[in-house]
Design a binder for this molecule. Structure first.
Ligand code: NAP
Length: 335
């Protein structure tokens, strides 16, 4: 069976996913696209091999030739499109964040529960990365014993000047928030943000780097360094320490070069290079589950939890104190 996918938002990641579905995913085609910028949507439609261009997300979701929906517009528009897809009974992969407010995430969860089965997958693609999956397998299998601490780093070479202090949590750190919850099978209950001396390479409106300190319900402490103008590359680090051992995310496998009296390996420069294989695996898993009319992988509950933690972290950036994460109890539907 071939799934016909409609894509809402044909900007940077939307076009990448279109390319991914068209060239590297089996069992799916792009049948329709839409973007506020019609010219961009038309270009993407051509790249997708002649998909239809719809006037807006609502028209795309209602289309008979769209079996499943990929939401890659920008964050504040996600909830509207995901709610539309659920109302139409169509599986939907929504790029992070599921929604920018906890209330909108709760609305998505309520709609999905009312529908009666999972249709929503959230784009936390690190869960499909080989290294993270190895960490998950070993931590879940008791390989480090009871987890006590985690150290994480999220470093980008540089960011555009539209990048603001809160995006360090909402756009960048949100990946570590989801990864930590998933790896530890635990919820984050409080967060504090500490801003050290800033790099001179940042913009005036951006605090960079930032230390984000989390505590989980089970008492695990997590420190996350977000440093988005580190200059040298895109560098993701994750280390979990338990009672009987320590496990560290492997660096991507790169050939080692010995030359000019040095030994070295290349460092990825951008996130889409570092996680390209994870995105491929994520899209294939989504297509396979959509073919069965359901969703697997990161759920609307995971999207809600990540947004709830992000909201508290933005509060913590402003207050400088420890902020509690406000979350409802996990519904049995997401057990
Ligand atoms: P982008 O390049 O700005 O693309 C978003 C596109 O969506 C733009 O063309 C935008 O048009 C369009 N758009 C906005 N509202 C729309 C609506 N209601 N209907 C149709 N089109 C709409 O942004 P991006 O970098 O691709 O990011 C898109 C989303 O993916 C964000 O939520 C981002 O956080 C997420 N993302 C995730 C990852 C990851 O690692 N998983 C990586 C990158 C991005 P205008 O520009 O005219 O507003």
């Amino acid at each position: 069976m071939t799934i016909r996918i409609g894509v809402i938002g044909t900007g940077s990641i939307g076009r990448e996913h279109i390319e991914r579905v068209t060239r590297r995913t089996s069992g799916a085609v792009i049948s329709a696209v839409t973007d506020i910028d019609r010219a961009l949507a038309e270009k993407a439609a051509g790249e997708a091999g002649g998909a239809r261009v719809c006037a807006d997300g609502a028209e795309l979701i209602a289309s008979a030739d769209v079996d499943a929906v990929l939401v890659t517009s920008w964050g504040p528009t996600h909830a509207e499109h995901v709610l539309g897809a659920v109302a139409a009974g169509k599986p939907v992969l929504c790029e992070k964040p599921l929604a920018t407010t906890a209330e909108d995430c709760l609305a998505v969860m309520a709609a999905e529960e009312a529908y009666g089965r999972r249709l929503v997958q959230v784009g936390f693609m690190r869960r499909y990365d080989t290294g993270y999956r190895e960490l998950k397998r070993i931590i879940s299998g008791g390989g480090i014993g009871r987890a006590l601490m985690m150290h994480c780093a999220h470093r980008n070479r540089a960011v555009p000047d539209a990048y603001t202090t809160d995006m360090a949590v909402q756009d960048s750190g949100v990946h570590e928030i989801d990864a930590a919850r998933w790896l530890l099978n635990d919820e984050i209950v409080s967060v504090q943000v500490i801003v050290p001396r800033s790099t001179s390479r940042r913009f005036e409106h951006l605090a960079d780097p930032q230390f984000i300190l989390f505590e989980t319900a089970d008492g695990v402490r997590i420190d996350l360094e977000v440093f988005v103008n580190c200059q040298y590359g895109y560098d993701i680090q994750c280390e979990a320490i338990g009672e009987k051992g320590l496990i560290r995310l492997p660096d991507p496998a790169r050939a080692q070069l010995r030359a000019a009296a040095r030994i070295g390996t290349a460092i990825d420069q951008e996130w889409d290079d570092r996680f390209s294989a994870a995105f491929d695996a994520e899209l294939q898993a989504w297509v396979d589950s959509a073919a069965a009319g359901r969703a697997t992988g990161p759920s609307a509950w995971d999207g809600y939890a990540a947004t709830a933690v992000s909201v508290a972290a933005v509060r913590a950036q402003r207050s400088g104190g420890v902020e509690q994460v406000e979350m409802v109890d996990k519904p049995a539907f997401y057990a």
